[in-house]
Design a protein around this ligand. Structure first.
Ligand code: ADP
Ligand code: ZN
Ligand code: ZN
Length: 734
């Protein structure tokens, strides 16, 4: 009997690989990285299991070349979670395992402990630093802290320039690099809390309920459903405090956009002195590695991050919170298409720890789980203090003249809001609703040459941009078809609305918040600062504005593109619309000012719109669930979307057709196949796209289908230029 190592290799290969332990080095354990021979070269790999080979010599295994770690990077529970995920999402295991490691550890780079620094007092420090006030301030602060400080702590205090000020101190021998401080062996005391907020009775009951549920053995997930502004975050904070007091770590998952400075500041403020790591898209690889190491060493007690933070190693994990659990950004939309919330639920289950799912608008699958009793369910129905739920009104725009999409009454409402020195927001779901350059004479429209899509006209830059392949060019000055000089646009975009509003309200600041204006690091934070520091203001924005932000002076919201959601062919669209509308409406009328929401639509009597407005999101969601049950759509069925694309028009469709026939022949019961058909966006970046939707009654049936697909994978890979992917539990069918 001989032991072999099962190794995951970060390449799109369908299996794990077996190797022999390196001769004379038996202490390789799962979770360590190794360097292994592969083909004519070598590769980094992660040992995920050891296996006993019953017939040594049946085939010749090669030995591992080098062991890269002295201790495992991932523990057994994490390895088990990732192994499960690779199977569930049918994604190459090597890519799955390596996606749980920070980029810097995906190579053969050795892991070294992160740097910490301590300030040194010096009798002449004031003279030495007289001409460097920022260094002086940093030095004083570091001395006051009296302990070794991480890069994170320094950045938080000083800002992005911290490294150069610190270098100044190091050069003058006023600071030294030291070892990391050890976690307190006594365990932390219950953290001191600074909060002036007294919980309402409803909040107290909710918290007590959550605490009791958290203490159960093998606790079930908890759905905390609270209207926007009902104080869910206050519940998270107090629940987290309990876990910290018990010496545990807490993981908080937030949507991409929800990770605002506001939320992190609230955590810092509530837990002064508690080490908190924050993982967001603005971090560089070094910073990510540091946060990962702090989590793994137990130095960081609270970890806040977007979906990939679900993979952080946390040896003392005691609670996971998923804020805005319904948010789409928890689903990775390329490569390893996992759902961060779902993996978090799995992780909590595996560890036997509680998980709290917070939202005003639960995802249909979450609501269904709560209805079925698989999740606990607690509610916050009121807004504490004086704030009220805003008044919502439907405005019929059929036949009304519009200015950049806004009706006369909407503009009037904005004017009245500004006159009260309050803020107004114009909200648009920009996806698929952008200005298109059009010829007024012959009807020509600017299309992307690579995609079956129109290009978006960006007026300020005078450019056309395709939002599908990101190719751009200067806008035409006259029609390429008929030479007509009058080109115009139809459809609304945030930029066009911004320009119109600036003309209408020349004395008022108009602030546009969308992907374009917030792509720069810190841009969103700067915008939020302006919003908080200004009285009357008009905000124009997209989804980004709907989430989590607190705008005390905002009292009017105008929603422009209601019709689009009502008539989408995508069965997810109404759910998203209900969530978005409820979230957007929740932005208006916090604090003492009553809020008002205007919905512009040409379908004021649409039954689902009325259901949402008159009966609220939960009743609306239950109606959607009934419809889904009739159609056996999720959560009453289980889907996987197979996408394929190729440069040639027929290749993708043909390959999916082959798979269709294979599946049809296998006749797996409870299975329906929809397609194959061209994707809604048939051509993108020069490639033709097709898809096949598999819908099954059970997860097991779906898994059987996917295994069949994996079995035929080799044959398809041999077709040059064909790319395909599997999306399990798809959240978008495009
Ligand atoms: P949610 O997360 O549900 O949207 P938040 O926790 O952000 O709600 O609370 C909304 C606002 O109400 C915040 O400004 C918060 O400080 C405040 N708030 C929450 N609970 C209370 C309370 N019990 N008393 C006074 N203000 C509260
Ligand atoms: Zn023309
Ligand atoms: Zn394009």
């Amino acid at each position: 009997m001989k032991t072999s190592l099962l190794v995951a290799i970060p390449r799109p290969l369908p299996t794990l690989f077996s190797y022999l332990p390196p001769p004379g080095m038996p202490e390789v354990v799962p979770g360590m990285r190794v360097q292994v021979p592969l083909g004519h070269g070598s590769s980094v790999g992660l040992v995920v299991a050891t296996a006993t080979d019953p017939e040594p010599g049946a085939y010749v295994l090669k030995p591992v070349r080098r062991v890269l770690d002295t201790e495992p990077l991932l523990d057994e529970k994490q390895l088990a979670l990732l192994q499960w995920a690779a199977g569930y999402y049918q994604h190459p295991p090597g890519e799955v395992f390596f996606s749980a490691l920070p980029t810097r550890l995906r190579s053969d780079r050795m892991l070294s402990e992160p740097a910490y620094w301590r300030a040194l007092p010096h009798p002449q420090q004031h003279e030495q630093l007289a001409r460097a006030p920022r260094q002086q301030a940093l030095h004083t602060w570091m001395l006051e802290q009296g302990q070794a400080l991480s890069a994170d702590a320094l950045r938080l205090q000083v800002g992005d320039g911290w490294r150069s000020y610190l270098q100044g101190l190091l050069d003058k021998a006023l600071a030294v690099q030291t070892a990391a401080p050890l976690p307190d062996p006594e365990g932390p005391a219950a953290p001191e809390v600074q909060s002036s907020i007294v919980l309402s009775t409803e909040q107290q009951d909710c918290l007590a309920q959550c605490l009791a549920w958290c203490r159960q053995e093998q606790p079930r997930p908890i759905l905390l459903q609270g209207v926007t502004g009902s104080g869910k975050t206050e519940i998270y904070l107090r629940l987290i405090r309990e876990l910290l007091a018990a010496g545990r770590q807490v993981l908080v998952l937030v949507p991409e956009i929800g990770l605002t400075p506001q939320l992190v500041q609230r955590f810092h403020h509530f837990f002064p002195g508690i080490a908190l790591s924050c993982l967001h898209s603005g971090l560089n690889d070094g910073e990510r590695l540091q946060a990962w190491q702090d989590a793994r060493a137990g130095r960081a007690r609270i970890l806040i991050g977007t979906r990939s933070a679900v993979f952080l190693p946390c040896p003392a994990l005691g609670l996971i919170v998923v804020d805005e659990e319904h948010d789409l950004s928890f689903k990775q939309q390329e490569g390893f298409r996992y759902h961060g919330r779902d993996l978090a639920i799995m992780r909590a289950h595996q560890l036997g720890i509680p998980i709290l799912l917070g939202t005003a608008t639960p995802a249909l699958e979450t609501l269904h789980n709560a209805d079925q009793g698989r999740y606990h369910h607690t509610r916050l129905q009121q807004r504490p203090g004086a704030s009220r739920v805003p008044v919502r009104e439907v405005q019929d725009i059929q036949g009304q003249p519009l200015k950049a999409g806004l009706s006369g009454p909407s503009l009037e409402a904005i004017r009245a809001t500004l006159a009260r020195r309050e803020q107004a927001m114009v909200f648009i779901n920009r996806r698929g609703f952008a200005p298109v350059l059009t010829c007024r004479s012959c009807g020509w429209q600017a299309r992307c040459p690579n995609c079956s899509a129109y290009m978006t006209y960006h007026a300020r830059a005078g450019r056309l941009l395709c939002h599908h392949c990101l190719s751009g060019r200067a806008a035409d000055s006259c029609c390429p078809d008929c030479g007509h000089q009058q080109l115009g646009t139809h459809g609304q975009g945030t930029e066009r609305i911004e320009m119109m509003l600036a003309q209408q309200f020349p004395k008022t600041r108009v602030l546009r918040i969308d992907r374009d204006t917030t792509s720069r690091r810190h841009a969103l934070a700067e915008h939020l600062e302006v919003i908080h520091g200004t009285d009357s203001l008009i905000l124009v924005g997209t989804q980004m504005l709907a989430k989590g932000h607190d705008f005390p002076r905002l009292t009017l919201v105008v929603v422009l593109d209601v019709d689009q959601a009502l008539f989408s062919s995508e069965y997810h669209a109404l759910e998203r619309f209900g969530q978005l509308l409820t979230q957007v409406a929740g932005r208006a009328g916090r604090a003492e000012r009553p809020g008002r929401v205007i919905l512009q639509t040409s379908q004021p009597h649409h039954p689902m719109l009325l259901a949402l407005l008159q009966q609220g999101y939960i009743r609306f969601a239950h109606q959607l669930l009934e419809a889904r049950q009739r159609w056996h759509f999720p959560p009453f069925g289980f889907q996987a979307l197979i996408r394929a694309d190729a440069r040639d028009a027929d290749t993708a469709l043909e390959s999916l057709q082959q798979f269709y026939e294979q599946l049809a022949a296998a006749a797996i019961p409870g299975t329906r196949l929809l397609g194959p058909a061209p994707a809604p966006l048939e051509k993108r970046a020069g490639r033709f796209r097709a898809q096949l939707l598999i819908q099954c009654q059970t997860r097991t049936q779906r898994h059987q289908c996917l295994l069949l697909l994996a079995g035929g994978g080799k044959k398809r890979q041999n077709k040059k230029d064909l790319r395909w992917s599997i999306d399990v539990d798809p959240v978008e069918l495009s």
